[in-house]
Design a protein around this ligand. Structure first.
Ligand code: EPU
Length: 450
């Protein structure tokens, strides 16, 4: 059902505002204070995708000239990635206010400094391009959210198949390859990180590499398309089998990061949860097919435009959700969906298949009164249940955002702690929600009791 255009909410173009971005707004530990009860209304324009931008930055290691990226999100992980690359000898000119990043890897080093590497998971994406370009890489084992074991054996096995030798060191991994050659690689699981690393290693390898059971996430497609524009030959982009024909060298280009589908899904769910009416701009609805199917099944009105989404809801029904690699329902929207389902009529079931510890978030909403029963990797959510304000831990990027969402429909005040996790993945989270009418503030931890 189409929503008449004359009922569109007023435009608030947040992208042109002076976003200083993440935790730069207030120094030191901070919390979100959320007071619930207001349906979100208005327009929100979103950022480039975190999980694309970080890999596009790593891909700069593959070419000699200057790679110019735009739509780089103003999130905390971006300057960390910039630091990692600087440590590898890349000249990085990052302008968070303009959302641009220029990277020149004239003569990259093979050994990254430990501190920044251990802070974000995406640091592991330097492995493939470094081995491909320099023939050697040593990195501390990557950090990131504590949502599961998150091994890298699939990355390493693939590199071995291409002729690399892996040297295990305590807390570090070293990969040496005087010469990478094409190989036939079948991944046990369509791992996002392994697919990206192996593609980046293969673009400069000798001969053809086939990656079967490859991950197909839109951010991987963005990386592959950028590499193609730089001169790489990649067949099968967007499908489960990638065929990469190695080339001698890549040339520098300008590239705009693809929109952040997880950020879009988060605002869509927040809008639906609060019974709101929100227009989301700079989004590719086709990247969100499964989440939109589930929102519609929950009774949400979803109107797709070319690069926008209108979300309107008045009451929610229970639905079942199963997280799977793309095009399945994204694990990165699972905590947000659980909050939504806590307000839906009936019993919903949510099955988590990607990260074994992602249900640790449930304890947070249970403190607010949510009725969720966990059985292994299944959760039963009974709703609707009135949530009450509480102090929550923002355990990871998505859990922190979902905690704030829960606060939007809770009575009293909700305090989300450890919001530096949210800063890692959401640009201007608080001002964007405020512009949609949410009663949310970022406060210094020291000013909050509890
Ligand atoms: N896995 C292994 N061994 C490997 C590789 C993966 O066991 O060698 C397992 C992981 O432990 C996990 C599963 O396979 O259980 C999926 O891991 P995958 O490699 O697909 O994920 P990732 O590359 O570590 C990226 C995103 C995550 C997102 C997942 C799945 C980045 C920096 N991170 O992680 O994003 O959840 O893909 O889509 O791209 C987030 O943004 O909040 C986030 C966690």
């Amino acid at each position: 059902m189409a929503i008449p255009l004359d009922r569109l909410p007023p435009m608030v173009n947040l992208s042109s505002g002076p976003f200083s971005g993440p935790s730069l707004e207030l120094p030191g530990p901070a919390v979100f204070r959320v007071r619930g009860g207001t349906p979100l209304r208005g327009t929100v324009e979103l950022s480039g995708a975190k999980n694309s931008a970080l890999k596009l930055m790593a891909a700069s290691l593959l070419c000699e000239g200057t790679l110019e990226l735009s739509a780089v999100p103003a999130i905390a992980d971006v300057p960390v990635m910039a630091d990692i690359l600087r440590g590898l000898g890349v000249e990085v000119d990052l302008d968070m206010a303009a959302n641009t990043c220029r990277l020149t890897a004239a003569d990259p080093q093979w050994h990254a400094p430990q501190d920044a590497v251990t802070r974000i998971r995406a640091s592991v994406s330097c492995l493939g391009p470094l081995v491909g370009r320099v023939g050697r890489a040593r990195l501390a084992l990557p950090g990131g959210d504590k949502i599961g074991a998150r091994g890298i054996e699939l990355h390493l096995r693939g590199l071995e198949a291409m002729g690399a030798t892996i040297i295990d060191r305590p807390g570090e991994v070293e990969v040496v390859a005087s010469h990478l050659h094409g190989a036939m690689i079948t991944l046990d699981f369509p791992s996002v990180g392994a697919t990206e690393n192996l593609v980046m290693a293969a673009v400069l390898a000798d001969g053809t590499t086939v990656i079967d059971n490859a991950a197909r996430e839109p951010e991987i497609q963005d990386l592959c398309r950028m590499l193609e524009a730089m001169g790489a030959h990649i067949d099968g982009i967007g499908g489960p089998t990638l065929e990469i024909h190695g080339v001698e060298r890549l040339h520098p280009i300008s590239w705009a990061t693809c929109p952040d589908r997880i950020e879009a899904g988060t605002y869509a769910m927040a809008a639906a949860l609060t019974g709101g009416d929100v227009l989301i701009e700079r989004v590719r609805p086709s990247d969100l097919t499964m989440p939109l199917i589930k929102l519609r099944a929950a009774g949400v009105l979803v109107e797709e435009g070319g690069n926008s989404l209108r979300i309107k809801a008045d009451g929610l029904d229970a639905v079942n959700v199963v997280t799977l690699p793309y095009p399945g329902f994204p694990t990165d929207l699972q905590p947000q969906m659980m909050v939504l389902l806590s307000q839906a009529q009936g019993t919903s079931r949510c099955t988590e298949n990607v990260f074994e510890s992602r249900f640790s978030f449930v304890e947070q909403i249970a403190r607010m009164g949510a009725d969720v029963q966990i059985d292994g990797h299944h959760a039963l959510i009974r709703g609707p249940v009135k949530l009450h304000g509480a102090h929550l831990q923002g355990l990871d990027v998505r859990a922190g955002a979902a905690g704030a969402m829960a606060g939007l429909v809770a009575t009293g005040e909700t305090f989300v702690h450890d919001v530096h996790h949210v800063d890692r993945g959401y640009a201007g989270f608080v001002p964007r929600l405020q512009a949609l009418g949410a009663d949310i503030e970022r406060l210094p931890l020291a000013s909050v009791d509890g």
